[in-house]
Write a protein that binds this ligand. Structure first.
Ligand SMILES: [Zn+2]
Ligand SMILES: [Zn+2]
Ligand SMILES: [Zn+2]
Length: 240
């Protein structure tokens, strides 16, 4: 006969003592093994502030039920087939465990698949970005090559201009040098008639014949060099 619970409830140890007191340990030596999980269940589900005698009844009954179910596999299978395993606190059903594991694995697999798809998308996005950058780089390279080509052409043009400048400068320098001596010569020799009298018959640069003094003042009619006539004049004046 189950004894009454105290007004402030009963403890796990009280439940174990009760199982022992009722002689259930003789019939089911392992009954105490179920006491803890059953006690936690009744304590969680109690209707009042403290565990009452009716809860003690309930706990003892559940401990017995667990012992019986574990001893008679058919009962366990029956409860499982009725989907009642979850309603028996402390019942360890292998089939439910397997099912749970399978669904857990399925969930994990599904999660992995989702993650895999996301990774794939991410990779695709990165690949697209890389291709876009490559294209941009190629365009930039092309633009640079074009610029280089243009620079080369500009540099060649500049070089040409510089060479011409240098040529002109050298000519001017020669001219200045000759000009000084020619002025002296002109003063010394024939200041009024030197221009006409010492007029050269040939361009010293291209050897074209020069016929009139008016043409000489403009330059050589063939190669169009400026001051050309003067150069030849002073040259002839000095060396003739
Ligand atoms: Zn089950
Ligand atoms: Zn000439
Ligand atoms: Zn000439």
């Amino acid at each position: 006969m189950i004894r009454n619970a105290k007004p402030d409830g009963f403890t796990l140890q009280n439940l174990k003592n009760e199982l022992n007191h009722l002689g259930l340990k003789d019939a089911f030596p392992e009954i105490e093994d179920h006491a803890e999980v059953v006690y936690e269940h009744v304590d969680r589900c109690k209707k009042e502030k403290y565990l009452r005698t009716c809860d003690l009844f309930d706990a003892v009954e559940k401990c017995q039920l667990l012992c019986i179910l574990n001893r008679v596999p058919n009962f366990k299978r029956f409860i499982h087939n009725q989907k009642g395993c979850a309603r028996v606190p402390g019942l360890k059903c292998e089939k439910c465990k397997k099912k749970k594991k399978t669904s857990e694995i399925q969930n994990t697999m599904e999660n992995l698949q989702i993650k895999g798809n996301e990774k794939e998308k991410e990779l695709k996005k990165r690949e697209d970005e890389m291709n876009r950058l490559k294209e941009e780089l190629n365009r930039e390279k092309e633009r640079l090559n074009l610029e280089k080509e243009k620079n080369k052409m500009l540099q060649a043009e500049l070089f040409k201009l510089k060479a011409e400048d240098l040529g002109n400068a050298v000519i001017q320098q020669l001219l200045d040098g000759f000009g000084d001596s020619s002025t002296k010569n002109q003063i010394k020799d024939s200041p009024t008639t030197s221009n006409n009298s010492s007029f050269p018959d040939k361009c010293l640069t291209c050897s074209t014949r020069i016929r009139s003094p008016t043409v000489n003042n403009i330059g050589c009619p063939s190669c169009k060099k400026r001051f050309h006539a003067n150069v030849t004049i002073s040259g002839i004046n000095r060396f003739s």
